[in-house]
Design a protein around this ligand. Sequence first.
Ligand SMILES: *Cc1c(COP(=O)(O)O)cnc(C)c1O
Length: 420
Amino acid sequence: MSSATPGPIGATAAELDAADPLAQFRERFELPEGIYLVGNSLGALPKSARTNVNTELDRWSTLGVEGHFTGHLAWKDYHQLLTNQLAAVAGATPAEVVAMNGLTVNLHLLMVSFYQPTAERHKILIESHAFPSDHFAAESQIRQRGFDPHESLVLLTPREGEETLRTTDILAAIAEHGDELALIMLPGVQYYTGQVLPMDDIVKAGHAVGAMVGFDLAHAVGNIELSLHDWDVDFAAWCSYKYLNSGPGGVAGAFVHERHVADQELPKLIGWWGTNPATRFEMATTFDPVPTVESWQLSNAPILSMASLRASLDIIEEAGGVQALRTKSELQIEFFDRRLTETLGDRIDNITPSQMEERGCQFALRVTNGDGKRVFEELEHARVLCDWREPDVIRVAPVPLYNSFADIEQFVQILDGIVR
Ligand SMILES: *Cc1c(COP(=O)(O)O)cnc(C)c1O
């Protein structure tokens, strides 16, 4: 994880914005009116997404079906235009990443391959506050294989009175269930608290007891630096409409470690987009897997959604990649922490971990007098776009690619006016 040089003590938002090497990237996005601090839910629209999508509409209009085979944007290979950039944000090799489907769909497809329960080893470890879709996916995979979630689904819970998971407790749970543990499936960044989990330690502990380890990176990809290959993660999946700005319902991503991509013993649900492209259109029914994670692809690719994702990945690359984004993000986190403390003191509680390596750009704020819902509604009224998560948290995420330090300062001022 990178660590930024601390900002000048007491620097103002204007000073920090003036010194920000990424400041010009805000102009590349179309932001809704108001203060947009909700890129953790839906990333902003890159202006170039319009160009890329229009290009594909034009190609559809003029080429029709020939668009599948024509030129460097040929739709039959279009997903490969994303591969190198996805590998960069995931810390993966090109053979390990692919854009396909939706996040929950990918979790299911990967669990078909990596959750192989036996009578002795049948448990899946997830967190008790998992995003509901992840919980449902794990639960239904357990039932699908003839096991009972009451026995096979293990829920990791923070200690009484605590919000986030302690590494020692995660590792202890892995050791405790040891021989019975088939799969560990945890988030890279927890969607509610913003906590970054120690992915490399979890992989080591999981492998030490013989379990597979997969991550949901919905809130991690594009937010923090990842090294999925080096950490030896077995599989991962993410959506791209949060920090990768692909637009509503945008195409998701999947990672399978190189150790597994060519393993023909792994069970897999297969489709025509996973078979050798050289013979795919001969319509033979012998599956000849692409020797990469692309063999998990089922259907031909959603081009319009990939076109907008490409726009955003181009911008991220131009900005210097996630490392550069994270360097700015750390300055924004420090600034936000400082201004919240100076301005609101103990009227606001941030349940996100305070250590830099345990957090991404999202803050999970709780109004200490219990009036959170009203405060959130007044924020909405003041055109501050953030989000409310039951039971009592306001999530706010300054995204380094398009949020300024001034956005953070304004948010703090408005919040102070409401909570006062
Ligand atoms: C956003 C998010 C999802 C959403 O799943 P979709 O399949 O994209 O609808 C799932 N899990 C987590 C952890 C998320 O943050």
